[in-house]
Design a protein around this ligand. Structure first.
Ligand SMILES: NC(=O)C1=CN([C@@H]2O[C@H](COP(=O)(O)OP(=O)(O)OC[C@H]3O[C@@H](n4cnc5c(N)ncnc54)[C@H](OP(=O)(O)O)[C@@H]3O)[C@@H](O)[C@H]2O)C=CC1
Ligand SMILES: CC(=O)N[C@@H](CCC(=O)OP(=O)(O)O)C(=O)O
Length: 339
């Protein structure tokens, strides 16, 4: 079976990464590629690394252009993806890399994004408890935010086993591609190079409610999250340090080993090895290490992902595979690029 796929937002970082992965996928044919202001440009001018598609001309993003595909990936700004999705037929598998359909509660959406809620879709994080079941056969997928992906997977086993208190702390350092291609003053080369800077401090980052939503669903009660993102002078990668007080004794390592033993992309590292962003570059892997700070009786989990791969496009392709009943790992790998 060959699946015909369109990518809206093909000129952006997320759309470009979806295409990079799809070019290595054995079961897809790449159809329409669309953009906003760059419609009419050759893809090669904007994504020179996608050589086989270099001569494709970007089309306008419209329901007409995206019609007649089995799968449509939306890699568009928040709000725009909900607008486009609403015009796509119910038989098309629509995979939204943006935030529009991630939050279950309309009140949360309105508070954090300041616009009407477009509704909630099955969440594209198959490694969460019952995550795969929600994706099988679905025609709509909300791809998680990059920070919620790494922190939810880092803490899920501990939350599921009731090991930790209902208040967790996440400090996550991200590369700049997480902010997208459009020009932002805090992302100009000289502002970013040679410096780390915290932002969205004090519980103000919009990924906070998404992390709370994921962990609370596992716990069956509200889990509070103190989340601090930090911008680093790297193009790609997130390293998250997640911690919480231990409230129940348990063999932490065994719990994590067991939780992820059969996962193709989540890897608990050997005890003498700590995750690095370099090791997951361009891969769909999540690398984890877990330990206990014995003095404080605190669980510490360190996790690394590539924000554009497992943090966005890899999760999108993995979700497509599950939704369509294709092999889950098709087009994806846990092997990184080094140095
Ligand atoms: N970067 C990341 O790590 C992650 C990104 N995402 C999500 O993926 C989505 C895309 O992000 P990203 O690729 O980083 O952003 P970019 O800014 O790099 O790309 C945005 C894309 O959307 C297109 N676009 C912009 N405005 C419009 C419009 N009004 N109509 C149609 N197309 C438009 C752009 O086209 P043009 O070039 O013509 O302007 C471009 O192709 C966002 O929702 C983001 O939240 C999700 C998780 C992580
Ligand atoms: C470094 C950086 O700026 N990262 C982005 C998050 C990227 C992401 O996952 O974004 P969406 O929720 O928009 O899909 C941010 O903090 O806004």
């Amino acid at each position: 079976m060959t699946v015909r796929v369109a990518v809206a937002g093909a000129s952006g970082y997320a759309g470009g990464e979806v295409l990079r992965l799809l070019l290595g996928h054995p079961g897809v044919e790449i159809g329409a590629l669309t953009a906003g202001g760059n419609a009419g440009a050759r893809l090669g001018q904007l994504q020179p690394h996608l050589l086989p598609l270099g001569d494709r001309v970007l089309a306008e993003t419209s329901a007409e252009t995206l019609a007649n595909h089995d799968v449509v990936f939306l890699a568009l700004p928040h709000g725009r993806s909900a607008e486009v999705a609403a015009q796509l037929g119910p038989d098309t598998l629509v995979i939204d890399c943006g935030a529009d359909h991630r939050l279950t509660e309309a009140g949360d959406w309105e508070r954090w994004y300041g616009s009407p809620h477009a509704g909630h879709w099955p969440y594209g994080l198959p490694e969460l408890p019952n995550g795969r079941e929600k994706l099988k056969g679905t025609k709509r997928v909300a791809v998680p935010g990059c920070y919620p992906t790494v922190s939810s997977l880092a803490l899920a086993p501990a939350v599921e086993h009731g090991l930790i208190a209902d208040e967790v702390v996440v400090v996550a350092v991200s590369g700049t591609s997480g902010a997208g291609k459009s020009l932002k003053t805090n992302l100009l080369g000289s502002e970013v190079m040679g410096s780390l800077s915290a932002y969205g401090v004090g519980g103000t980052h919009r990924h906070t409610p998404e992390i709370i939503q994921n962990l609370s669903a596992i716990a069956g009660r509200r889990v509070s999250v103190s989340f601090t993102p930090v911008l680093a002078p790297l193009p790609r990668g997130i390293l998250a340090t997640c911690s919480a007080s231990i409230v129940k004794p348990g063999n932490v390592r065994e719990i994590y080993e067991h939780a992820y033993a059969n996962e193709p992309f989540v890897h608990l590292l050997p005890e003498d090895q700590w995750p690095t962003t370099a090791a997951v570059l361009g891969s769909n892997a999540v690398q984890l290490q877990v330990t206990v700070d014995e003095d404080l009786q605190r669980l510490i989990v360190v996790a690394a992902i590539d924000n554009l791969t497992k943090g966005t496009a890899g999760a999108a392709v993995q979700s497509m595979n599950i939704a369509l009943g294709l092999p889950e790992t098709a087009g994806l790998s846990s092997v990184g690029v080094a140095p």
